[in-house]
Design a protein around this ligand. Sequence first.
Ligand code: G6P
Ligand code: ZN
Length: 543
Amino acid sequence: MTIQTIKTAPFDDQKPGTSGLRKRVTVYQQPHYVENYIQAIFDSLEGFAGQTLVIGGDGRYYNDVAIQTAIKIAAANGFGRVLVGQNGLLSTPAASHVIRHHKAFGGLVLSASHNPGGPDGDFGIKYNISNGGPAPEKITDAVYARSKVIDSYKIVDAPDVALDQIGLQRSGDMVVEVIDPVADYAALMETLFDFGAIAALFAGGFRMTFDAMHAITGPYAHAILEDRLGAPKGTVINGTPLPDFGGGHPDPNLVYCKDMHDLLMTQEGPDFGAASDGDGDRNLIIGKNRFVTPSDSLAILAANAALAPGYATGIAGIARSMPTSAAADRVAEKLGIEMHETPTGWKFFGNLLDAGRVTICGEESAGTGSNHVREKDGLWAVLLWLNIIAARKQSVDEIVREHWATYGRNYYTRHDYEEVDAGIANTLVDDLRAQLPGLPGQVFDDLQIAYADDFSYHDPVDGSTSAKQGIRIGFTDGSRIVVRLSGTGTVGATLRLYLERYEAADGRHDLETQLALEPLIVLAEQLSQVRARTGRPEPSVIT
Ligand code: G6P
Ligand code: ZN
């Protein structure tokens, strides 16, 4: 075996975002682009000689090419073993579990999550550490710094690995083990949930549709929902992963899952609908006549988690990203457990989970998860919902209504302005930031500003601080306006405006969301001038 040292020149755009390095496939296809980035990751780590690295991706276009490269660079850099999912597949939560279960040093997750795939779509690479979670900023900053000065990478001159063949192979001196991508994950789910009760639910005629969106969760959902839990064949739709996701946009929201949503709003439709994204970490939950917002879902799952065997002794605490609604805070208060508000990005939950301070985490961006892995987990959320429905013997709509009647309702919406000129977006945020000191105490009709700040997170576990994580304008009645720039876009800037209003337990819970939030929407425009400055009369996406 020969280890080659190849001379290269740095790229100036390899700065990891909210969730790894996401770029157009065409960017990744530049000579040395993948090699530089993976070498920059390894150069930023210490102590992996002879250790295990997990590699897997969501099956999107370029997955297979990048995985072969990653294996050869890992071999040249001295890893002892690579565990790779068959055909290069591993959902993001399954990769997290495999890293933990097999005590790996870390893992490379190849995905651009919910972004479209194919030759003109997106690709991404993310490094996860030994706890199974995304690398903290200390590491991603080091990777970026290294990528700017890198002048060579190491790669073995070895044949490609046969990714379709389960079992042991070699790449240079390194062992490569191709594993069943589903087995470990399915076994873990069986320890957390009451599979007997869920199977009885299906046997009793309960019907669901799970849309895998031609992405990674297909094999997992077929194996767990249909094969193990006995849901009728056909419960899982679009269940075969395709490199371009069948031309679709694998983001489980009301835009891309509109047909399923509409079906759930009819009497003939199933009782329950769910979907997951490109890499299997996001979830969409819809009951008959009831869409559940991700923020409400987090609160309801936390309030009812003890109904599932894996959480029967109760949960230690809850964490949510800052822009996520405060619905979960009320649950934590009632349970008398810790509540944490973190910046956007699952990586910020890692320390809290490792320290046992929280058990359940969630984000408004359709992510929920628990301490079972260190990523958000789409199928996990679906299974916990099924477990709760089976235990409570109620519909999703009944469960949601009872929740609001107990805790009150946090009306919530997010308005996105996508592919905005980055200069305009940055100036807008800077100007808003400059206004913040003068805002507290100001009154706009019924709304009085209680606080206005740029969110700064102080990690209570490692003491680190992450500043400038989004602008918060809070009102005395619990309402809130949040403005931040997305860290996951690949073109221009995406401005996100998050709006929230609290309605008490005995208040009005049946208002149309956009109407309920209208005064805040108007005030947000007055303060930030998003529409005026971007020239966009309305958001590109409303969630
Ligand atoms: C990804 C990350 C999440 C994040 C979401 C939105 O899914 O894994 O942690 O909440 O993107 O991030 P953004 O920076 O685009 O708002
Ligand atoms: Zn994802």
